[in-house]
Design a protein around this ligand. Structure first.
Ligand code: SF4
Length: 365
């Protein structure tokens, strides 16, 4: 689908008291230049969480003990509607965003999601989505025809018992594999498959998962278990370092490192020397990548977060539902990013692990 060029919003000239036209320096929005943060990192990626609800209760993200019966999810009136989401996205594109990822909770739970996809697909961005795959078989075709470019599917184990124990909602591996097949049939390929590896829980699936997706064209990514949020009881000894994952795979198949596709890519890429494709390692704990982090996150109720491990976000809803014009909203987004100096993964320690951090199920991974 041909994307239209970025619409630069003309700003009416302002007049000085003596009537002369005030010339103001072009802001980032008008120059189309990406706004940069305190470390010179440009704003390039916007991750939009469209719901805080999920049909899974993954133990590393949404443990049932904290997100079970009685948990207060956001009420419908609190959640941004599609026009509000589009407005934030449009203004963020003018500030440099080139990639939008739809997340959750589980984004496929959001009603009429394909309609939002069609609205966002009008922007000059790469439009992607991360899902747990259980509802994908029913929605893949509609998402594709609405203009979604790429899909990432989470699958944390190939062993059905281990998988059901991790998602803690009795979904089987077959449900997710059926979603992946439907996505391929709808035209999504390659698909990125994300596996969060926890020692003693699913690290026995590292080699079987690699065997399953080698030669498939899909890209399997192994994610180091992270201390996201404040509810998953994270411990460092449960982390399987990316280097160990590579060693385990190399015991079966020789690998070679690949370069990054673009600045800020989270995964370190490796290829099978026998040509069976590539894998990725997302090593936030042992090989942090904050130096090139270009990601901003929007929560379902309109808070902006400058880091996955942030303690608090900036509320945009009062501006969105108040009298703020695009210029004021743009200034709020740009201001947050310019002031940004987050580098949590480089500063992580036993002390920081217990900090009160935003939940991943609220702002997406
Ligand atoms: S820890 Fe924060 S700053 Fe670092 S890569 Fe993750 S989201 Fe970006």
């Amino acid at each position: 689908m041909d994307r239209p060029s970025i619409p630069i919003i003309p700003v009416p000239p302002r007049h000085a008291l003596d009537g002369s036209v005030l010339v103001h320096p072009p802001s980032d929005a008008e120059s189309g230049a990406a706004v940069s943060d305190q470390y010179g990192r440009p704003l390039r990626d916007l991750r939009i969480s469209v719901t805080d609800r999920c049909n899974f209760r993954c133990v590393y993200c949404m443990p049932r003990a904290h997100f079970g019966r009685g948990h207060a999810f956001l009420a419908r009136a609190e959640i941004l509607d599609f026009d509000e989401i589009l407005r934030v996205a449009r203004l963020s594109v003018a500030l440099g965003v080139r990639k939008i990822r739809l997340t959750g909770g589980e984004p496929l739970l959001r009603r009429d999601l394909d309609r939002l996809v069609a609205m966002l697909a009008m922007l000059p961005v790469e439009l992607t989505l991360t899902t747990n795959g259980a509802l994908l078989a029913r929605q893949a075709r509609a998402l594709k025809s609405a203009g979604l470019d790429r899909l990432t599917v989470s699958l944390d184990a190939l062993d059905d018992d281990r998988f059901r124990a991790i998602n803690d909602a009795d979904f089987g591996v077959a449900d997710v594999l059926a979603g992946i097949d439907a996505a391929v049939a709808a035209g999504f390929a390659p698909i990125k498959i994300n596996m969060v590896v926890q020692r003693g829980r699913n690290d026995a699936d590292i080699v079987p998962m690699a065997a399953r997706f080698r030669g498939s064209g899909h890209i399997l990514r192994f994610i180091e278990y992270m201390d996201v949020g404040a509810t998953n009881g994270w411990r460092l000894d449960q982390v399987v370092p990316a280097a160990e994952v590579v060693r385990r795979l190399e015991a079966r198949w020789p690998l070679a490192p690949l370069g990054e596709n673009y600045r800020g890519e989270v995964a370190r890429r490796w290829r099978y020397r026998d040509g069976a494709g590539e894998i990725g390692l997302i090593a936030s704990v042992t090989q942090p990548f904050c130096g090139d982090c270009t990601r901003l996150r929007l929560s379902p109720d309109g808070h902006l977060y400058a880091c996955l491990f942030a303690g608090r976000g900036q509320a945009l809803k009062p501006l969105l539902r108040g009298a703020a014009d695009d210029r004021m909203l743009t200034a709020a987004i740009a201001g947050l990013w310019r002031a940004r100096n987050d580098r949590y993964s480089e500063q992580r320690s036993a002390a920081t692990a217990g900090l009160d951090k935003v939940e991943m199920s609220y702002i997406g991974g």
